[in-house]
Design a protein around this ligand. Structure first.
Ligand SMILES: [Zn+2]
Length: 212
């Protein structure tokens, strides 16, 4: 079998280079245009699974416990972020409600679930799970929306919009959101394209083992 050279293309100017061997925390920039081409992750993906699980638990706490107390027509009720978003929709601010829903719940949850699924299959069985290609591409599409600034903006918009008629409860949900913000920064910094490299390295190692 002919050896395929391990090449990498610069996203900035399309120049091809041989893939550099990077140590953890090292980064390779294109010598021609300076675009960041690759980061050395080392074995970082092994830390990703526990972090992702922690994020999913915090996510559940943040969204299942009440975060605001809403006063409407003399009645006060405690509600979760989703509950608050639903109230916003009834109040006729549906664009804001949709934005908050997508940036604080849908996009991060979708990303965490995909990450969890991919990491579990790769770390436990060392194989490409079903739908690998589509899921890695989906993560790349979702990535700009999963940025922590967008997440924070969503939470802030919700709180500011609700502040007229609501009081933020300093309880479990609020603390979970705060810790989640920090953990999400670490988890979402992981580049989805690194999955290809992990899987490719494993498959090559297995091929080398079976070769006489
Ligand atoms: Zn370049």
């Amino acid at each position: 079998m002919q050896e395929v050279p391990d090449l990498i293309a610069c996203e900035g100017c399309d120049a091809l280079y041989e893939r550099p061997r990077l140590r953890p925390r090292e980064a390779a920039h294109c010598p021609r245009c300076g675009t960041l081409m690759e980061r050395g992750w080392g074995r970082a993906h092994e830390r990703m699974l526990p972090l992702t699980v922690a994020c999913l638990i915090l996510f559940a706490i943040a969204n299942l416990f009440p975060i605001v107390e809403i006063q409407l027509q003399g009645l006060s009720s405690e509600t979760t972020l989703v509950g608050a978003v639903v109230q916003l929709t009834h109040g006729g601010v549906s664009e804001v409600a949709l934005l908050v829903l997508a940036t604080t719940i849908l996009f991060p949850l979708a990303q965490l679930c995909i990450l969890f699924y991919l990491l579990v299959s790769i770390t436990t069985r060392g194989v490409r799970p079903a739908g690998f290609n589509i899921l890695v591409r989906a993560m790349q599409v979702l990535r700009p929306w999963g940025m922590i600034e967008v997440f924070l903006l969503g939470v802030l918009v919700a709180i500011v919009k609700l502040s007229g008629m609501a009081r933020v409860i300093p309880g479990a949900a609020l603390w979970a959101f705060m810790v989640l913000t920090v953990l999400l920064t670490a988890v979402l910094a992981f580049e989805p394209k690194a999955f290809w490299r992990i899987v490719f390295a494993r498959e090559q190692a297995r091929e080398d083992q079976t070769r006489p």
